[in-house]
Design a protein around this ligand. Structure first.
Ligand code: COA
Length: 140
């Protein structure tokens, strides 16, 4: 099967993506429209398509100069170990030459290592208030 990597969001069924994320236990609580908003507000997106099915997502928050943060890297469980995430990340990385790309992962270390990422302790973080308690995630 030919997987296509799109740099835009045309045609994405966010309800279906949300359902597939839930099925893969990778949902983090966003409503379908909040999912769409978070991708639409990202500097770079990569959506993997198998025909008319979304089989992978990844997005980069970038200042366009020096720093990027990689999030929502996911391959549909039906399509794993076929190079889908590698293709998405290579496509994203080609768009941020010279930039530092950071990410946080609990269990995909081997995958990122395969792309040349190095572990860089230590990251500090905070959730301001309560996770997803904001206007962007209210109202469907
Ligand atoms: C991590 C994830 C995105 C990888 O997607 P994928 O499309 O299967 O990845 P690829 O096929 O491009 O894998 C490329 C290489 O990464 C490594 N890799 C990927 N998944 C791996 C796994 N589960 N265990 C060990 N190595 C793995 C391998 O070296 C693999 O090459 P190979 O298949 O030739 O051995 C996918 O497993 C996923 O969506 N997991 C759940 C969500 C998640 O953990 N996301 C990352 C959190 S930030």
């Amino acid at each position: 099967v030919q997987i296509r990597i799109a740099r835009g969001l045309d045609g994405v069924d966010w309800g279906a993506v949300r359902a597939d994320l839930v099925a893969d236990a990778f949902d983090n609580g966003r409503t379908p429209s909040a999912l769409r908003r978070s991708f639409a507000a990202s500097q770079h997106v990569a959506i993997a398509w198998d025909d008319d099915l979304v089989v992978g997502t990844a997005r980069l928050l970038s200042d366009g100069v020096c720093n990027s943060y990689l999030v929502d890297v996911w391959t549909r469980s039906s399509h794993r170990r076929r190079g889908v995430a590698t293709a998405m990340l290579r496509d994203l990385m080609a768009r941020v030459p010279g930039q530092h790309v950071a990410l946080q992962t609990d269990d995909a270390q081997a995958f990122y290592a395969s792309l040349g990422f190095r572990r860089q302790p230590e990251m500090w973080s905070i959730v301001v208030g309560t996770w997803l308690d904001n206007d962007a995630n209210r109202g469907g």
